[in-house]
Design a protein around this ligand. Structure first.
Ligand code: NCD
Length: 311
């Protein structure tokens, strides 16, 4: 039996083997009909998912909620620290303990790295990390891989450019870790010097077979890649706003530069100005499909974790 059935928490994509990822991607493709046909199944009927979002979110929170509801379950939760008793001074640990009493699994987003791990150590229900500071965003990576596999056909042999805020962008950290499980992958790192990929991630990547290449402009790499994975400059993680303003708008993708190229454009969203609106109506735009893929993928994650870890 593959390891995914023993997995209780999803804290870091580094806890996954390739076969675990493949299991989730296969399950997701089986669930895509339910997701697309807007049906409701009964797989998680009677189960409750606790959504603890201390940091803003649109896609992640709403897709977890949609996924739980499509599986016949229900959700409770809050969408900012301000709307929970944390604003009255309650500790994260006490808040998590309350949620443990009310729900069958917890989804946590927090601005500090390590908070999901901390909570998973003090509660008995499965915990899913929905983004911890500049750390990890493992479920985003699973839907990114699902999108790549569906659009390109395979993840092995991938040539992908990670563009923008590689320092604070947690999606590119998790994605780089996961790609290390695949064969013959080349990652092109394209970022301003101030926002380079952190050493710890590079250290992990260097232990795998990934070929890493650095570039300073999109033009240098655009003819070589299958995927342009564009990210937002993470304004909220800058200590000094002037530093942000200097870098903002450093890399912008537009329709003209894509013409004649054989690639797709992905973005975890939200986008600010990194992808011009004129790309939206082209065949290159896979970022909205990617966001929609969150539902079957998160359905597969919830189904697997909650069924294998009954209360
Ligand atoms: C990302 C995140 O929160 O890390 N968004 C998402 O979950 N789809 C990316 C971002 O905020 O820039």
């Amino acid at each position: 039996m593959i390891r995914i059935f023993e997995l209780k928490n999803i804290i870091s994509i580094k806890d996954f083997e390739r076969q675990d990822i493949e299991y989730i991607l296969d399950e997701a493709s089986k669930l895509e009909d339910v997701a697309k046909s807007r049906e409701i199944s009964e797989e998680l009927k009677g189960k409750i998912l606790g959504l603890m979002f201390f940091e803003p979110s649109t896609r992640t929170r709403m897709s977890f909620e949609t996924s739980m509801k499509r599986l016949g379950g229900e959700c409770i939760g809050f969408e900012s620290s301000g709307s929970s008793s944390v604003s009255k001074g309650e500790s994260i640990a006490d808040t998590a303990k309350m949620f443990e009493g009310y729900s069958d699994a917890l989804v946590i987003r927090h601005e500090l790295e390590g908070v999901s791990k901390f909570i998973s150590d003090i509660v008995d229900v499965p915990v899913i990390n929905a983004g911890d500071g500049a750390g990890q965003h493992p479920t985003q990576t699973l839907l990114d891989l699902y999108t790549i596999k569906k659009e390109i056909g395979e993840i092995d042999n991938l040539k992908i450019a990670l563009i923008g805020d590689l320092k604070y962008g947690r999606t590119v950290h998790s994605l780089s870790n996961a790609l290390g499980l695949y064969k013959n992958v080349t990652i092109y790192l394209v970022s301003p010097p101030e926002l380079k990929m952190p050493d710890e991630v590079l250290h992990d990547v260097n232990k795998t077979n990934i070929t890493l290449k650095e570039a300073t402009s999109i033009e240098e790499i655009i003819d070589d890649v299958d995927v342009l994975y564009v990210t937002r400059i993470q304004k909220e993680r800058f200590g000094d706003i002037d530093e942000y303003l200097k870098i903002k708008g450093a890399y912008i993708i537009n329709k003209k530069m894509l013409e004649g190229k054989d690639l797709i454009v992905m973005h975890p969203l939200p986008r600010i100005d990194e992808i011009d609106g004129d790309v939206d109506d082209t065949k290159y735009n896979k970022y909205f499909t990617q966001a929609a893929n969150a539902v079957p993928v998160r359905m597969a994650i919830l189904k697997t974790l909650i069924k294998n870890n009954p209360k």
